[in-house]
Structure formats: structure tokens, C-alpha cells
Design a protein around this ligand. Structure first.
Ligand code: RBZ
Ligand code: NIO
Length: 334
């Protein structure tokens, strides 16, 4: 078994492998010989070389992307933090299963396998203003759901979520990890009005007043949701398998941030897929030191922003691995 408690999970994180220097050097050398002016593929070159280093191959391919979606319910929804009722979580799980959500279309568009994991939806987490959202055992079970959801044959992973109320959970995690004030981290989520935003701020501040001083993985258990912990578990598993990950929006990045705070460098195998329109996503990406690939005004979650850019990463890798060199093509070098 990979881990059976939070300490074991932390140990797994610390023991994670890094990128392959020889593959990186090989990819850099190949990139320098391809039939294009040096640097003319811009950031695609950097992404492809980064990908090659993580896969341990100078000339990699992306043939089996995976999108794993996790769903959980949040006790804190009783406080009025979302524009939608909590039953939308289970209803959207059915929609994912029937292929009707945005992420179904984006996963299909990207040629990605998609799996949906509903985590104890009839047992919402506890209201984190009153007690930890999850016990250690609950959090470990959720981390494992994520860990086990990663297909070892996958060569690019996106993790997404569905959980009404989870922008409040994510804001509280970010506030606990990075300080500032609750107002810095809350946003409108599904579209709460000014009164709803004020409630979110109060709930976030109360959660951090209660749990803020804890260690990063305890913050995940205390302020997160099952789907948030599962995303963290999947990202950690991908690192063990040296599978690059595209991070999604605010909730995904809050989940990921708990790993980075626990073990700096834990997200080196992750790219930021997009800049979400959720207010504090830019600040969170800044804290993680990640530059988003695109900014399209999405504020949906479900892994949608990351799923959208799977083809972009595939394109980068296809150029590195598929282009001819100047010598092969008989094109005059500059
Ligand atoms: C129909 C529907 C589909 C969604 N897909 C993702 N979310 C997104 O909205 C929720 C977070 O926002 P809040 O914190 O305001 O509840 C999450 O479930 C997230 O994935 C959705 C929300 C709705 C209503
Ligand atoms: O950025 C996100 O992931 C997001 C933003 C709003 C609502 N749900 C998700």
C-alpha cells in the first residue's frame, strides 16, 4: 500500500522522483536542430523540453491523456456560500456520466480518457467553521481515491472537481497557506451576489481563525473537501509515475498548493493550464510561481481550463518529436 496515514502520504511526497537530466539535454539538443529559426516556437519549445525531461525521453509522444474528475459535498454550503444548492453536485455527476458537461466535450476534443469519482456525496464534510472538515481517516481515504484514480499508462493528466461550495473551501486553504485577509482570497464562484460574497468572506475568515496555524496537509484535511484532497492525491501519484499534470483553476490550484507548501518543488511536474476568472486565481498562481498557458475568462472548474489546453501541450510535444532537423530535411542552417 502506498500510504495509510497523513505522515505516510507526506513521506511519499518527499520521496518523489525528479525530472531526467539526460532526456532534458537530449530534447534541448534536438530542439536546437529543428527546421525553424531558434526560439521561433516560443513557449512551445520550453513546454516540450519540460515534458521530455519528466517522461525521461528526448523524443516523447502524448498518446493517452487522462482527465479525472472528483466530486464531493461540503458542510459549509449550509452557510449560504454558493449561488446553487448542494444537490447540484450529485446532479452534475450524473451529467458527467451521461456525457453532458463541458468537461466531457473538452476531454473528447483532446482525445482524453475521462473518469468520474463521486466521493461519499451523501456524507458532506463537516462545516469547517465548527470543526475540521475531514478527520484524518477521511482525508487519507480521499487522498487515496485520487492516488488510485491515475491510470499508470497515462502520459498527461488533468484533475478536475465538482463540489458546490468548494470555492469557499479553496479560498480558506489559500488564505491559511499564504496569509493576507479573507477578502483577498474569496471570489464569486458560481456567481454569488455582494451579500453572498460577504458571507464567504466571514466563513473563510472563521475557518482560518480556527485552523489557520496548522501544517499544510492538516489544512487540507481541515478546510478542504474530499474532491480537493483527491485532486492532491492524484497530483502526487502522477509525480510518482512521472506523468506531467496540467493544473486547472482556483480549486485545483488550492489543492495543489497544499502539496507545494508541504514539500517545496512538489508541483515541478505541473503546468498551469489557464488563468481562471475567479478573483484570486492570479494571486494563487503567483504564489505557486506558475505562468498560465492561456487566459480565456473561464470560471467553471471541472478541469475545463486544463482540458482545453491538452491539445496545446500535445502540439508542443508533436513539434519537438515530429519535426525534421535541418540535416534530415536538407534545409540550409542559419
Ligand atoms: C451547473 C454547475 C456546473 C458546474 N461545474 C463546475 N462547477 C463549479 O462550481 C462549484 C464551485 O462554485 P461555488 O463555490 O460557488 O459553489 C464547483 O462545483 C465547481 O466545480 C459548477 C457549478 C454549477 C452550478
Ligand atoms: O477556477 C475555478 O476552478 C472555478 C471558478 C468558479 C467556480 N468553479 C470553479
Amino acid at each position: 500500500m502506498a500510504f495509510s496515514d497523513m505522515n505516510g502520504f507526506a513521506e511519499m511526497l518527499k520521496a518523489a522522483p525528479g525530472p531526467d537530466a539526460a532526456a532534458r539535454a537530449g530534447a534541448e539538443a534536438r530542439n536546437a536542430q529543428l527546421t525553424k529559426p531558434a526560439g521561433s516556437l516560443g513557449r512551445l519549445e520550453e513546454i516540450a523540453i519540460w515534458y521530455a525531461a519528466w517522461r525521461g525521453e528526448a523524443r516523447p509522444r502524448i498518446s493517452h491523456p487522462q482527465v479525472a474528475i472528483f466530486a464531493g459535498n461540503h458542510g459549509v454550503t449550509a452557510r449560504g456560500v454558493s449561488a446553487f444548492p448542494a444537490e447540484v453536485t450529485v446532479q452534475m455527476v450524473a451529467n458527467f456520466e451521461h456525457g453532458g458537461a463541458a468537461i466531457n466535450q473538452l476531454a473528447r476534443n483532446a482525445g482524453a480518457e475521462m473518469s468520474v469519482h463521486a466521493l461519499d456525496l451523501d456524507r458532506p464534510t463537516a462545516d469547517f467553521t465548527e470543526s475540521p472538515a475531514m478527520s484524518e481517516a477521511d482525508c487519507v481515504a480521499a487522498l487515496k481515491s485520487g492516488w488510485d484514480a491515475v491510470n499508470a499508462e497515462t502520459d498527461l493528466l488533468v484533475v478536475g472537481e465538482m463540489g458546490i461550495g468548494n470555492t469557499t473551501s479553496a479560498a480558506a486553504i489559500a488564505h491559511a497557506l499564504y496569509g493576507g485577509s479573507a477578502a483577498d482570497w474569496v471570489g464569486r464562484g458560481t456567481g454569488v451576489d455582494d451579500a453572498g460574497l460577504k458571507i464567504k468572506e466571514e466563513v473563510c475568515a472563521a475557518g482560518v481563525a480556527r485552523h489557520g496555524g496548522k501544517a499544510p496537509l492538516e489544512i487540507l484535511a481541515s478546510l478542504g473537501g474530499r474532491e480537493v484532497a483527491a485532486m492532491a492525491g492524484a497530483i502526487a501519484r502522477a509525480r510518482h509515475l512521472r506523468i506531467p499534470v496540467i493544473l486547472d483553476g482556483f480549486i485545483c490550484c488550492a489543492a495543489a498548493a497544499t502539496l507545494e507548501k508541504a514539500v517545496p518543488g512538489a508541483l515541478d511536474h505541473c503546468l498551469a493550464g489557464h488563468a481562471s476568472a475567479e478573483a484570486a486565481h492570479g494571486a494563487l498562481l503567483g504564489a505557486l510561481g506558475k505562468e498560465p498557458l492561456v487566459s480565456m475568462g473561464l470560471r467553471l472548474g471541472e478541469g475545463s481550463g486544463a482540458g482545453l489546453v491538452i491539445p496545446l501541450v500535445k502540439g508542443a510535444v508533436a513539434c519537438l518529436s515530429g519535426m525534421a532537423t535541418f540535416a534530415e530535411a536538407g534545409v540550409s542552417d542559419g
